[in-house]
Write a protein that binds this ligand. Sequence first.
Ligand code: ZN
Length: 319
Amino acid sequence: MKKALAILPLVLSMSVLANDPVWDGNTVELASEKLSEHAYAIYPTNAKELEKKGLPVATSGGFIVGEKGVLMIDTMLNKRLNAQAQDLIKLATDKPIVYAVNTSFHGDHSYGNMYLPEDTKIIQHENTKNYIDSHFEGDVKFMMQNFGEGRGIEDIKPTMADILVAKGSKVLVDLGGVTAELLDFGFAQTGGDLFVWEPESKTMWTGNPILTIAPAVPWLLDGHLLETLETLTKVYDFLPEDAKVVPGHGSVIGRDDVKWSLDYLTAVKTQVQAAIDEGLTVEQTVERVKLPEFSGYALYGWVHPSLNVPAAYKDLKGK
Ligand SMILES: [Zn+2]
């Protein structure tokens, strides 16, 4: 079963894309939305239109403004998008970007680090730093396959983190009059996943583990169905009823919208387990577990049978 996961990046590059990138880092336009006195979301101007049709949306992020300065959440794919995000911050405040946090190592959330002001302190989960230290070259190749050449990915150099969040821990960032909480709820997509919580406005930034509203479903790129489900359940339980959630790839959503991703992963778990109990092979399980009620997502025809079901099968079989 090891083989099945080893070929996943190749599967992604061949089947999702054919020739076109999932979204184009040369054309995406970002906008910000003020959520409270201190909290802002950043997401693509076409997010609301695309997400309700189940079409992929470029990266979302945001920032928190305090008296001492700004915490930027995710630094985007390339120079162009990072500059747009920095311009949106400048429109909202003249305070400097004191910190920037990456919700994961994924390039669309971290490649912009190198374009930040020199004084900005970069914060990452320790596993994200470890991944970048050991996989950077391969990661850039993978990102170029999936997001295209000529999108500025060629220029990216790894940027060292200044502050690391240890596994299972929580870091409080005092921005002056407002505190950001950087939380590790467990393995969510990469094992180096950080969630950002601003308690006063009850806003959470999730990064990739929650992509956007239905019908988009999570991508188990690194496997671990059971841990992902456990982690996202913790996140859901953590959120108050009236929380605002800035997902990894969409506009601002609510706690109820997060439930969709949980329901999908729960359905995958139940049905794949049933197939294993009947003695089905992974191919037979993919054939059996189609879950048409979740199939409205444009990338479902790849992400469900080629990625999520095999990942669930391996995880459940191995437990
Ligand atoms: Zn992403």
